[in-house]
Design a protein around this ligand. Sequence first.
Ligand code: PRX
Length: 629
Amino acid sequence: MSEKQLSGEVYYPKQHVLDHANAKCQTLYDFAQKDYQGFWAKEAENLHWFTKWNKVLDDSNKPFYKWFVGGKTNIAYNCLDAHTQTFRRNKLALIWEGEKGESHSYSYFALRRETCRFANVLKSLGVKKGDRVTLYMGRIPELMIGMLACARIGAIHSVVYGGFSVEALHERLEDSQSKVLIVADGAYQRGKIVPLKQIADEALQRAASVESVLVVKRTGEPINMEAGRDMWYHELMVLPIAGNTCSIEEMDAEDPLFMLYTSGTTGKPKAILHTHGGYMVGTYTTLKYVFDIHEDDRFWCAADPGWITGHSYIVYGPLLNGATSFMYEGAPTHPYPNRWWQMIEKYGINILYTAPTAIRGLMRFGDAWPNRHDLSSLRLLGSVGEPINPEAWRWYYKTIGKEKCPIMDTWWQTETGMFMISPMPCVPLKPGSGTKPFPGLEMDIVDEEGKSVKPNEEGFLVIKTPWPAMLRTIWNDPDRYVNQYWSKYPGMYLTGDSARKDEDGYYWIIGRVDDVIKVSGYRLGTAEIESALVSHPSVAEAAAIGLPHDIKGNAIHCFVILKAGFTKSDKLIEELRQHVGHEVGPIAKPELIEIVESLPKTRSGKIMRRVLKARALGLDPGNLSTLEE
Ligand code: PRX
């Protein structure tokens, strides 16, 4: 691969990286290209199956693909029990540091024990295979324990990001019909406390399916405990029912493991459904090869477990590989901008995987902060969530990686479950490009008609081969699954991104082509922000768009038409911002709200966001023939 001279700014792999790599990556590409199902089956054989599959892929009912058909397994068994039976029993599975500086670690043995205890608690509350359990907390070990406990007994977990608020949580509890909610009393964020239980109490007023609420004590602040519904986690975990062992549910490879809500083109967030078998094989394999996991690695994915990145690469991927996963509770710059660098030095982190927004946010504090620390344990770096601008890439590469750590820029989605476009350590890098599809995947960039576009032309990014960690459906809405992802071009999965491929076949992501806005790497829908705005008594109509922002990548700008009797004022605008924060969450608070008299609409009444965006950027709005007036 490195023989050919590539165009543009290229960073060829250094010898020490190639020498260290577990796999000769060209061999992987070649094997998978000849037989992608054979490639995934070979990887699946490294994991434990109670009963082996009889068919790798069943595509007889597209797009409802099935992987490892007939196989019986359990991802939690492969994350924990499989290791406690080996030399990894006493190896650290999780190292955690709280925002206030306290630290806990769990060996594989201890994490399995805590998971079993908690699984027994859930069972005692009547949670059974297939029941939904919602988890709503900050980045604390109990979140990982809760997810694994659900998986162990076959319950489907639904993690709601701790940065979401009342309406977002309510909607997710309601849609999933969760039986149990596991919530922390609060979460630390930049030295302040987010009152999670209080938010949950408000959301629970309208969530009739929830029978029990388990409360994890994190902050110790006074909270309301409703008799007969709310119980303390730490009190249940010491009861005799919480024994140290808990039998494992043998799951069909296609049985659901979790649902995770994400924003789409229209309407409410949708729950993406992932399974025990295929998701397990996908996350295990991609992490192993992309981040070249070695036995003594300490891997830090600095995302939040409330998003897919944390599910796949804080919890499942690292544990499946028997690695040590590091989790940090707080903000990168709290109390000072050296917090991350301090922890890399303290724990000897080998791999750091984060988002461009965090890199840009840290970069603005200058080189002195990282330079004060010994970062020599780092071997590989990673980026995810949005395109990384070359300036931030170079800073990450030089100042953090000291020009010896390649950067794995991984493109993927909640829906894909695993890395899709990504280099491996032996692939030459170009800043800002995720390079090429992972072995076993065929992807393309196509035009309106579904035909491949020429090199360097922009088009729609599509996936042409099924992959094991692919979403199986949208919970309760299989039609939306088909319509949203598979109906534009039959046989091709539509990602919702636009991209281009250069003359070397390297992919460059441009951005979303739908109504999704990526704010600091977080995925939000214009519909969620707009419906939060119109739920305020003063608002008649609202439109939200994303505009470029130096640190966040995109920032939310809103246009609002007031109802008769309300007048524009700074106070009202601030109230509207706070209202969106209360309904959706602080990440959704608009950067700017403009009060307007009218909004550009099509004749059928659809708001033309592209016109608003063009106007805000001072650009030509393009074809206006469908504009109402
Ligand atoms: O637009 C792409 C962007 O994030 C979207 C998926 O968001 P989400 O489901 O929240 O998952 C994020 C983490 C996996 C994609 O459609 N995106 C993700 N990774 C990259 C990216 N854009 C450019 N480069 C990336 N590496």
